[in-house]
Write a protein that binds this ligand. Structure first.
Ligand code: ZN
Ligand code: ZN
Length: 337
């Protein structure tokens, strides 16, 4: 009698493929790609909490692996320069972003800073925390993460674009400035007395007028953050081209008159409309944009400057819009880099 031979599957002796591990926990940032994105200093606070470390310990650990950070520490006080400055466009912020990106294996860390916007404006940041008490309160009520927005760390933003109230910069309980990314700091709480910093809008928070220039500026930055992305530098030429186009259309190229109206020097205006000019400081850019009532993020779209001219009034409105659209369609597009 012939016995049947049973063939069993052979064993796969290949070791399983393990994806590369990051040095730090790959914590997902909050609100990337939206104007509500968290600031890098807030991300660092969450990162050290997740690892049960102090900010100093985190930087010390990273310095062992990334000598560029060690060099910065030896130049004196990396943390002093990395409280809210972590959100800025400085070289030191860039070095920390690079180290944290590699240590967490994440490619979106730079989007928690003002670095993606450096191709269109130089944006100074605050050294200490500013916050909207109504936003904190809304975050707590929604039982979501309580966190600090990147928007609040930008010095020219002094009003919350959502709640129309002034940002606070001193604890109402102890009067201290609040220092983010310190051992005692928890988002939403004072770093000195630990009191809650949120407040209902109805509880006596004064609102600014809807026509206030500070509110306009805050909304402009809010929209710029919505546009911030890694490949933004490819749009910098279109941005300049749209500004130049708008000046030509509205003033016929009379730079001196425009400079008087905007309360800027004619050299500044000339720099602004030059394709090779220096990157403007954000205050200058916003002053210029406010004069024309055109939000700066609109300059990032090809041919948008013509479409966002003041709306024509009266019977000729339809004809004027049709003419403007026809002109825009016949424009020579800018050369892509
Ligand atoms: Zn708010
Ligand atoms: Zn306090």
């Amino acid at each position: 009698m012939v016995q049947r031979v049973v063939l069993y599957d052979s064993w796969d002796c290949e070791p399983p493929r393990v994806p590369p591990r990051s040095y730090l926990y790959s914590l997902a940032p909050i609100g990337v790609g939206t104007p509500w994105v968290e600031g890098f200093s807030n991300y660092l606070t969450r990162l050290v909490t997740a690892h049960l470390l102090s900010p100093e310990d985190l930087v010390a650990h990273l310095s062992n692996s990334y000598p560029s950070l060690l060099n910065l520490m030896s130049k004196g006080g990396i943390l002093n320069g990395y409280r809210n400055w972590a959100n800025s466009q400085s070289d030191r912020a860039r070095a920390l972003v690079d180290s944290i990106s590699r240590a967490t294996g994440r490619e979106d860390i730079a989007l928690l800073t003002c670095i993606p916007l450096e191709c269109i404006a130089l944006i100074p940041c605050r050294r200490t925390l500013a916050w909207c008490p109504a936003c904190y309160e809304a975050q707590r009520k929604a039982r979501s993460n309580v966190y600090d927005l990147l928007l609040w760390s930008i010095a020219i933003v002094t009003v919350c674009p959502l709640h129309r109230c002034h940002l606070q910069e001193q604890c109402p309980c102890c009067g201290s400035k609040v220092m983010p990314f310190t051992t005692l700091y928890r988002p939403g709480h004072c770093s000195t007395c630990q009191r809650w910093l949120g407040k209902e809008l109805e509880h006596g928070i004064p609102l600014v007028e809807s026509t206030d220039e500070a509110l306009w500026n805050s909304k402009a930055i809010f929209e710029l953050l919505r546009s911030a992305k890694r490949e933004l530098s490819s749009l910098s030429e279109i941005f300049r081209w749209n500004i130049r186009n708008l000046v030509q259309d509205r003033t016929g190229g009379n730079i001196e008159q425009l400079a008087r109206e905007c309360r800027l020097s004619w050299q500044t205006i000339r720099e602004l409309i030059s394709l090779e000019g220096r990157i403007p400081e954000v205050g200058t850019l916003l002053k210029f944009c406010h004069h024309f009532q055109v939000q700066p993020h609109l300059f990032l779209s090809e041919g948008r400057s013509r479409r966002h001219e003041a709306a024509p009034q009266g019977k000729n409105r339809v004809e004027q819009v049709r003419l403007s659209l026809a002109n825009a369609a016949n424009e020579t597009p800018p050369r892509m880099p």
